[in-house]
Design a protein around this ligand. Structure first.
Ligand code: GDP
Ligand code: ZN
Length: 453
């Protein structure tokens, strides 16, 4: 493949000054090119997985003292020759070294190109390459676990075997097409049916796991709802510990949703503050209200907030409405500092949590309740979870195609229909692992990586 005849180079540590910067080269000339500017020893004579101290020189002038790491093909991340130059982390030095090696013949890498090469050279499949991006981006234990599991093989392995069996059936049916006049059946229809049932079982589980995988990757969406002025923004501030949302005395000032993330004991929660739900003539606010209902439907949990001024009877009605949405909720009585003991007792007839958001009283209790309500602790992240929307789409498409195959087994059609749908299913399965790819798809996936990854 002409693709990997050139040698790419990029800074692999974040740009800006740091203690060290790591410049990475990958390609057939990685060692040769580095050797041309390295003074210390002959790098071309060194073994793989070794480190070498020396100077990087541009002609007579010294650029830096560096340590060079060698990874000789195929024992490297990209399966090509890889060199990592650890230099001092000044922007000036990094630019000098990059320019020097580009002058010598290296090419500046495109975003994600190292990982793209690793994929093209068969180091891992596409779903694993995507997991590398997720792993780099993961900011909680849970999302890290999901990405790591997927990078190490994940559900692609689970599908590989079943895909191979399906390929076998596809080729048997192809064979039937060759013998069309003789009306033979090489592919046993009952065996095909049972294989598809087996595949569907795996597909259902994986598709269902997306809800959780997505939550772990992107955070648990929690909507904070309630009438204007009950203290939603104040609560969000208290949770996030900063002045994020606008707090005001004028009802209806939170015009749009404000989102932020909070890590509670390793679980990421995404809090969404909403404009209050109520009838309004104000156009801007009406839009906010519409969006509130939309967001509420996407929430894993709704924090429904009332304040001490509202009546317990009213709350009962509102909670009944919430129940109809079918989304778990948590009822919060805010401004508990203003409650009379009698009113507090009346509220206690419902399952509620009291809070004085303004003074941050009850916040810790609320966090514990959130953890308990979303109940993520039982999640076994070593189990396969699908967390990528592209994968779940492909899984659903596979399932639809297989459903057609099942129907066609039931009302016998010609073998070519059967073959066509099986091929469709195989195509979608292949999209996940990258057995089937298009340039657009690869471009789309790898352009999301940073340069140097
Ligand atoms: P939102 O419209 O629901 O977002 O309400 P805000 O967070 O903007 O708060 C409305 C008003 O209630 C502000 O003046 C807050 O200072 C006040 N407030 C919020 N929490 C409390 C509380 O726990 N006790 C009391 N007494 N006032 C509060
Ligand atoms: Zn607000």
């Amino acid at each position: 493949m002409s693709y990997t005849t050139d040698t790419i180079i990029a800074l692999s540590t974040p740009p800006g000054s740091g203690a060290i910067g790591v410049i990475r080269l990958s390609g057939p000339d990685a060692v040769n090119l580095t050797n041309q500017v390295f003074k210390g020893k002959d790098l071309t004579q060194q073994a793989t997985h070794t480190l070498h101290f020396g100077l990087i020189k541009d002609g007579d002038s010294i650029i830096d003292e560096v340590v060079v790491g060698l990874y000789i093909a195929p024992k490297s991340y990209t399966k090509e020759n890889v060199v990592e130059i650890s230099c001092h982390g000044s922007n000036y030095i990094i630019q000098q070294i990059l320019n020097l090696l580009i002058r010598k013949g290296a090419r500046a890498a495109k975003p994600g190109e190292f990982t793209l090469r690793a994929f093209l050279n068969g180091a891992f499949d596409l779903s694993q390459a995507e997991a590398v991006a997720d792993l780099i981006a993961s900011d909680s234990k849970a999302s890290h676990d999901v990405a790591l599991q997927q990078m190490r093989g994940g559900f692609a392995n689970e599908l590989k075997d079943l895909r191979e069996q399906l390929i076998h059936f596809a080729s048997m049916i192809e064979l039937e097409l060759d013998f069309a006049e003789e009306d033979v059946e090489f592919a046993n229809r009952e065996q095909l049916r049972s294989l598809i049932m087996q595949i569907n079982k795996v597909l259902y589980r994986l598709i269902a796991s997306f809800e959780m995988g997505n939550v772990l990757k992107n955070g648990v969406p929690i909507v904070i709802a309630g009438r204007p002025n009950v203290g939603k923004s104040t609560l969000l501030n208290a949770l996030l510990n900063e002045e994020r949302a606008i707090v005001s005395d004028i009802a209806g000032t939170t015009r749009d949703t404000i989102e932020d993330e909070l890590n509670i004991e390793g679980v990421i929660f995404r809090f969404i503050d909403t404009a209050g739900i109520r009838d309004t003539a104000d156009v801007i606010e009406a839009k906010g209200v519409e969006r509130t209902l939309e967001r509420m439907k996407q929430a894993k949990l709704i924090i429904y907030m009332v304040d001490a001024l509202q009546s317990p009877e009213e709350l009962e009605v509102q909670l009944a409405e919430l129940k109809q949405l079918g989304i778990p909720y948590l009822a919060l009585i805010n401004k508990a500092d203003l409650l009379t003991p009698e009113k507090r007792e009346a509220f206690e007839q419902q399952e509620v949590l009291f809070l004085t958001a303004k003074e941050r009283v009850g916040i810790d209790e609320l966090k514990q309740q959130l953890l308990a309500k979303v109940n993520l602790h039982h999640i076994n992240t070593s189990e396969t979870l699908v967390s990528n929307i592209r994968h779940v789409e492909a899984l659903k498409n596979t399932e639809t195609a297989l459903q057609r195959v099942l129907q066609n087994i039931d009302n016998p059609v010609t073998s070519d229909f059967l073959a066509m749908d099986i091929k469709q299913a195989l195509h979608y399965l292949g999209e996940i692992t990258g057995t089937v790819t298009t340039d657009d798809l690869l471009e789309n996936i790898f352009s999301k990586f940073c340069i140097g990854k």
